[in-house]
Design a protein around this ligand. Sequence first.
Ligand SMILES: *Cc1c(COP(=O)(O)O)cnc(C)c1O
Length: 362
Amino acid sequence: MNRVYNFSAGPSMLPVPVLERAASELMCYGDSGMSVMEMSHRSPVYDKIIKDAEARLRELMNIPDNYKVLFLQGGASTQFAAVPLNLMNKNKKADYVLSGQFSTKAYKEAQKYGDVVAAASSKDVNFSRVPEITRDMFRADADYVHVCYNNTIYGTKYPTVPDTGDIPLVADMSSCIISEPVDVSKFALIYAGAQKNMAPAGLTVVIVRDDIIGNAREDTPVMLDYKTMADNDSMYNTPPCWCIYIAKLVYEWILSIGGLEKMKEMNEKKAALLYNYLDSQDYYIAPVEKSSRSMMNVTFVTGDAELDKKFAAQADAAGLKNLKGHRSVGGMRASIYNAMPYEGVEALVAFMKKFAAENPKK
Ligand SMILES: *Cc1c(COP(=O)(O)O)cnc(C)c1O
């Protein structure tokens, strides 16, 4: 078997030890006589899996007791609606920061439900950095501020937690969750689609402060009301059982190698290898401003669309998969999530050097 280095932005690589463990338990989980895929979500065996998944995530992220962890379906995109439905309840106002495509989608969805404004945007610089944020940008009576913490498509990230003062801060962390420690207490709500850094597609994790729950608009669909899911321990209906099981294995894997401090160190080392190379040459251009660089998604271009195409095709043939940039941006994007080994980035940099030498620009 020849596993490739898969730089896909999502669904993306999973840690090999997790895949091996899942394979070993595929036919028969413990002494249950069945696969996790075949189990009743109400069975005691499964109950332990979901409870352990939550416990491991709490341990990993150091989630305070006054926060609930919800395992949901519908992807991060469903949260674009769930957030305003649940949170825009006092003054029916929310302030959004536009830092790329996903935050813009979230903003447009929220506009259906109240008085929603773009408090800041970096669209004028083609989202090549995150907007600068200061408290005074936000309306004092906004019910919340929404940010996309790591912008998967553009390869940008906030260098520090945005300061919104007393206004509850909501963050889409789909593409950076559990890549490094974060102070959960600074956020009212964090949500993340699992398919970037946690599990297969089909699971969305929501970490929400207790006081936020229970104030949804009257017309909120029962499935989108955080109270429904919190009161039922994410089991109002059938949860994405298999994905939650894999997420549990991923959390256990990170804990086994030293937790999020260690994960951060490993991710910094990988990102530094790639960015240091990008900064040392002028064949490739890294369009993101240094202060906004993402540790998870690294974008670069040759400046020649034909060369970019050739790069992605030849990299693919060399076992470096999915390096083509998002269709809206072009160029290349290397997603180097937790499961990407250092050797994968080494192989990428070696390929980049070879490609540059073999394809001089005119
Ligand atoms: C991938 C992604 C989304 C969309 O996630 P879905 O689970 O496909 O709905 C939203 N926000 C960010 C930051 C993402 O990376």
